[in-house]
Design a protein. Structure first.
Length: 82
């Protein structure tokens, strides 16, 4: 399994926590999505997961995976300020 870099690091923060995590690769995004809270696994989550998995198989670009993952994180307001 390849671990391709995103163009830029996405920093995310769990709500109610000061801890941040840097997501720099498609594999990092997959790991976050694997542990995503079940109650938040709606259509946006499923779409992001599909695109990230496709990118790991070489069927989607890392840019598309990053865009989808970032959109999901922004929707749930977990993108950490820089």
């Amino acid at each position: 399994m390849r671990s391709r870099q995103f163009r830029s690091v996405i920093r995310i923060q769990d709500q109610g926590s000061d801890a941040t995590r840097e997501v720099a690769t498609i594999q990092d995004a997959r790991e976050v999505l694997t542990h995503w809270p079940r109650e938040r696994r709606g259509p946006r989550y499923r779409r992001a997961r599909e695109i990230v998995e496709a990118a790991l198989r070489g069927e989607a670009t890392s840019a598309h995976a990053q865009e989808s993952f970032m959109s999901l994180c922004a929707h749930f307001h977990i993108v950490a300020p820089r």
